[in-house]
Design a protein around this ligand. Structure first.
Ligand code: HEM
Ligand code: HEM
Length: 196
């Protein structure tokens, strides 16, 4: 298996990015959903919020590199026998997932910048993420807060739905259509199995 994508298989870098981001994104989705059920008086709330924000910032940084890599490393083409709507659905879902990966951290950053609590974001207690200046100083920052909270919430639900469809499609390809779509995103050689 090579570092780069080829005609039949994703490369090690694309696969590494995919699963690294998938695990941390789903983890942060769960953490965000969990912490939003806690009372303001909960003693763990501050730590959980800082952890959530820290993972979110790191995911964002990795996703920027992932997208840059995606632009220079063309993915393997979809199987010839996939009909037009399946190709369209796959491309649209992938685009939507990339959009969500960028927009979730950005809306989170809007929330913390506009929050009346004005709590600093310290990424794993090592580096400070500054608030977005023009939002933090806007006299109407309540509107930014409402926009950020609404956006973050809507994106969270959309991401959940998109990931569900995406994973279900991958499993359909593997178990029902029995093609290589899932295997070519796994760190194994799809061609070796095809050849057997
Ligand atoms: C991949 C990244 C992220 C994911 C999947 C994610 C997911 C979530 C989810 C599911 C919630 C609970 C639902 C909601 O209230 O919207 C939430 C809440 C929240 N997130 Fe994120 N988030 C991410 C990144 C960030 C970042 C980077 C920040 C800040 C720098 C952030 C700040 C917050 C805040 C402040 C809340 C509480 C919102 C409220 O109480 O209304 N998130 N997040
Ligand atoms: C949970 C289980 C998951 C499975 C089984 C899965 C499976 C796959 C597979 C098989 C592909 C390759 C599709 C192809 O060959 O055209 C793929 C691509 C992709 N996946 Fe996932 N995935 C999962 C989770 C996620 C998550 C959580 C995200 C992001 C939030 C994500 C984002 C993407 C994106 C953006 C692509 C397109 C890659 C490209 O640019 O070609 N996946 N996934």
């Amino acid at each position: 298996m090579s570092w780069r994508n080829n005609e039949t298989h994703y490369g090690t870098i694309a696969i590494g990015f995919h699963w690294l981001v998938a695990i941390f994104f789903l983890g942060n989705l769960g953490l965000g959903a969990y912490m939003s059920t806690l009372q303001l008086s909960d003693p763990n709330l501050f730590t959980l919020f800082q952890l959530h924000k820290s993972f979110g910032v790191c995911i964002f940084c990795v996703v920027i590199f992932r997208i840059a890599w995606r632009l220079v490393d063309t993915p393997p083409p979809l199987p010839e026998d996939m009909v037009w709507w399946e190709r369209w659905a796959a491309s649209l879902t992938h685009l939507g997932l990339y959009a969500v990966l960028v927009a979730m951290p950005l809306t989170g950053w809007i929330i913390v910048s506009a929050s009346p609590f004005n709590i600093p974001t310290r990424v794993f207690d090592l580096v400070a993420l500054p608030h977005i200046g023009f939002i933090a100083t806007d006299p109407d920052k309540d509107q930014w807060l409402a926009l950020g909270e609404w956006g973050h919430w809507l994106l969270a639900w959309s991401a959940g739905a998109a990931v569900f469809l995406h994973a279900a499609a991958a499993l359909r390809h593997h178990f029902i259509l029995k093609d290589t779509i899932l295997r070519r995103m796994l760190p194994i050689n799809a061609r070796a199995k095809d050849a057997s």
